[in-house]
Design a protein around this ligand. Structure first.
Ligand SMILES: Nc1ncnc2c1ncn2[C@@H]1O[C@H](COP(=O)(O)OP(=O)(O)OP(=O)(O)O)[C@@H](O)[C@H]1O
Length: 279
């Protein structure tokens, strides 16, 4: 992110809370993966969730999206208690996510993969197709229009009819983001959207995330390991280590906190780092 600075212009400081997680606990066998994690995402904000490998980031997202019910704690979305709702019910309330490992449908085109993102807006169409086929057709056309606009927004026109498995990883990640965005989410959760990307691909995705936030007002929670991305596009950052929040706040300050440096580098290396920076 050296060439272009993507600083997020919108300030969400005074905006209402979109997502609130309070005291989230999650245990796997004998392992306490989340130890009372609390965090808020404000409407229109891009919140970065960072932390070393195994610190509980994906587990937190799985709790929010209903994949793992928490052992304790509460999740609310725009004030509604969504704790432990099933994933499809969380999705129906306007939460869209992308996955750490791509979850696209092989054998289907880019366009059809993105169209699937509209499923929460589609009415059960079996009856419609039988008795009101013209209505079902009109509805399908409306969904296709949204998808075509998204294809243009994400600059995927040239590959719209390609099977997803033949396009490069960077573009596959873009298709996954497009699929999440056509759901018109109230909360967008991105789990490592830039994993495995080169610098140019990272910059593209960063721009799309910012554009979605600024032009469409999408509230975003992003797990990301690339700290240049985090400091460039996030309004705020929450840092996890061993299932606990160890730092939060303005991105640069939050990730420079000594407890974060030592969580990433280990105690001794952190002391050397500190000695070096004060020398
Ligand atoms: N389904 C599961 N069963 C057992 N243990 C799990 C399960 N999911 C996660 N864990 C454990 O919970 C802890 C937190 O894992 P999690 O994947 O949430 O971390 P993370 O911060 O997302 O890591 P990474 O950055 O490597 O993706 C780890 O110790 C992990 O092994």
């Amino acid at each position: 992110m050296n060439e272009v600075q993507y600083r997020h212009a919108a300030s969400a400081a005074g905006a209402p809370v979109a997502l609130s997680c309070t005291g989230i606990e999650r245990v796997f066998g004998g392992l306490r993966a989340l130890k009372g994690v609390s965090l808020d995402v404000r409407q229109g904000e891009i919140l970065g969730l960072v932390g070393p490998n195994g610190s509980g980031k994906t587990t937190m997202v799985n709790v929010i999206t209903g994949f793992y019910p928490p052992n304790a704690g509460k999740v609310t979305l725009f004030g509604e208690d969504i704790t432990a709702l099933k994933p499809h019910r969380v999705a129906a309330r306007g939460v869209a996510r992308t996955f750490q490992n791509l979850a696209l449908f092989k054998g289907m085109s880019v366009l059809d993969n993105i169209l699937i993102g509209r499923h929460t807006h589609m009415k059960p169409s079996a009856l419609g197709a039988l008795f009101y086929w013209w209505w079902a057709e009109r509805e399908e056309l409306a969904h296709r229009r949204v998808v075509e606009e998204m294809i243009e927004f994400m600059q995927l026109q040239d590959i719209r009819d390609e099977p997803v498995e033949v396009i490069p990883l960077g573009l596959q990640k873009r298709v996954e983001l497009a699929r999440a965005l056509v759901a018109e989410p109230r909360l967008l959760i991105l789990d490592e959207p830039m994993a495995g990307m080169n610098q140019e691909e990272k910059e593209y995705i960063a721009r799309f995330i910012l554009d979605a936030s600024e032009a469409r007002g999408v509230t975003t929670l992003i797990i990301e390991h690339h700290m240049d991305v985090v400091t460039s596009i996030c309004d705020r950052v929450v840092v996890l280590s061993y299932g606990e929040v160890i730092s939060e706040g303005e991105p640069q300050a939050a990730i420079s906190h000594p407890s974060v440096v030592s969580a990433y580098l280990g105690e001794r290396a952190a002391k050397r780092h500190q000695a070096g920076s004060t020398a």
